[in-house]
Design a protein around this ligand. Structure first.
Ligand code: AMP
Length: 401
């Protein structure tokens, strides 16, 4: 049984063909720079299957073309997607609003609703819709399942999900904290419970998803009780290019005094802020290289990043009262011992600390990095959103058969 997982973004499509039980990946790849001019000879689609990489050069004017090229590359690499054996297509959908909070079989009506939610996620849902439409056209006989990034946070307690603005305005416009990266937080928190050898219902935990986008969550007994992202994925931690938390007064100030319109504000806060806004680079490895050369702006960006991260750890310790694990995941969380050490520094009075050897040991496995006698285990658990989406899609198709 194989599931194709598609993550369709505004100018890229990432995909994996995988086996949902074992997690074995048969093929994976990415279409990039959709709708952008490209230099002749520079690949826009890179496809990996059975240890071989196939590439496609030339511009990809829109998503449907991108997926068509992907299907050709699948065929060339010996995996015929239109033939027998594809059990489902799982689509990552960023915003499910109040409507969708579990994996959902795509129908025309579902697709229309996802499109209507674009008002809440204008940078994400339209691209998700295009990806689903293209896949439905190319694979009309295969069930398509939407898996929502907001779903895990659907049941946030009222106090955590409510913004303190005029309640009538909030209700009229669907304004609440929805949370994102839910598939990752749910998957990782499940892995943590397994690693601790406890039932998820008995584990209170903090999950720190630190990638290019970044979010934290507080999870009590398997249910999310708080998270750092809000109405949009802009709130919370400092990210690669997003600001995270800021005084909303900044927006009015820029509009009144600096002639920023709403598009300029969106661009500033989503693409030109965070680590990139402060240091010029959004990639954490580049930031570390700049810091090593003595770059003061990069050092400050790092300090702001850690400062904010520690605030959320502190807040969630208090939210949860009793915490059984703190876990780092995603690109930075899984690979930067420095971030993990700095985030946990000086917290021994709270039962939190990392062991220097365990923290710096090279491993791709889910593992402990706190000393064996630590009161609160600190862990690194690799996330795998594709696997979680594939499993959710397969389970839904099986249940509705
Ligand atoms: P993700 O969005 O989860 O793919 O994470 C991307 C981020 O992880 C980028 O900022 C990368 O620079 C960062 N990252 C990947 N590998 C490493 C590494 N070995 N050390 C530090 N950061 C890394």
């Amino acid at each position: 049984m194989r599931v194709l997982v598609i993550n369709s973004g505004s100018s890229s499509i990432k995909y994996q063909l995988l086996e949902p039980v074992s997690g074995a990946v048969a093929a994976s790849g990415m279409v990039s720079r959709i709708g952008e001019p490209v230099e002749p000879g520079s690949p826009t689609v890179e496809h990996e299957a059975d240890g071989r990489t196939l590439a496609h050069d030339g511009p990809i004017p829109e998503h449907a073309t991108g997926l068509r090229v992907v299907f050709e590359l699948f065929a060339r690499s010996g995996h015929d997607l239109t033939g027998e054996g594809l059990y489902a297509v799982g689509h990552r959908v960023v915003h499910g609003g109040e409507v969708f909070y579990r994996p959902t079989l795509v129908t025309d009506a579902v697709l229309t609703s996802i499109d209507e939610l674009s008002a809440l996620a204008p940078l994400h849902n339209p691209a998700n819709v295009i990806g689903i439409e293209s896949a439905r056209r190319l694979l009309p006989a295969v069930p398509q399942v939407a898996v929502f990034d907001t779903a895990f946070f659907h049941g946030l307690p009222d106090a955590a999900k409510t913004y303190a603005i005029d309640a009538k305005v909030a209700a009229a416009h669907g304004i609440r904290r929805y949370g994102f990266h839910g598939t990752s937080h749910e998957y990782v928190s499940g892995q943590v419970a397994e690693l601790l050898g406890r039932d998820a219902a008995a584990v209170n935990q903090i999950v720190l998803h630190l990638g290019n986008g970044a979010s934290a969550s507080a999870i009590r007994g398997g249910r999310a009780v708080d998270t750092s992202m809000g109405l949009t994925p802009l709130e919370g931690l400092v990210m690669g290019t997003r600001s995270g938390d800021l005084d909303p007064g900044i927006i009015g100030h820029l509009m009144r005094t600096a002639d920023f319109d709403i598009d300029a504000i969106d661009l500033l806060l989503n693409r030109n802020s965070g680590l990139k806004g402060l240091s010029g680079v959004n990639d954490f490895r580049e930031l570390q290289r700049l810091i090593d050369t003595g770059d003061q702006a990069a050092r400050l960006a790092y300090e702001v990043y850690i400062h904010r991260l520690r605030h959320y750890i502190g807040a969630y310790l208090i939210d949860l009262g009793e915490v059984h694990a703190i876990t780092f995941t995603a690109g930075v969380g899984e690979n930067s011992p420095q971030v993990r050490a700095d985030a946990s520094a000086g917290l021994s009075r709270f039962g939190i600390g990392v062991d220097a050897d365990l923290n710096t040991a090279k491993s791709r496995a889910a593992r402990y990095i706190s000393p064996p006698d630590a009161e609160i285990p600190v862990l690194v658990v690799p996330t795998n959103e594709e696997l979680a989406i594939a499993r959710a899609a397969a389970a839904l198709v099986t249940a509705s058969a």
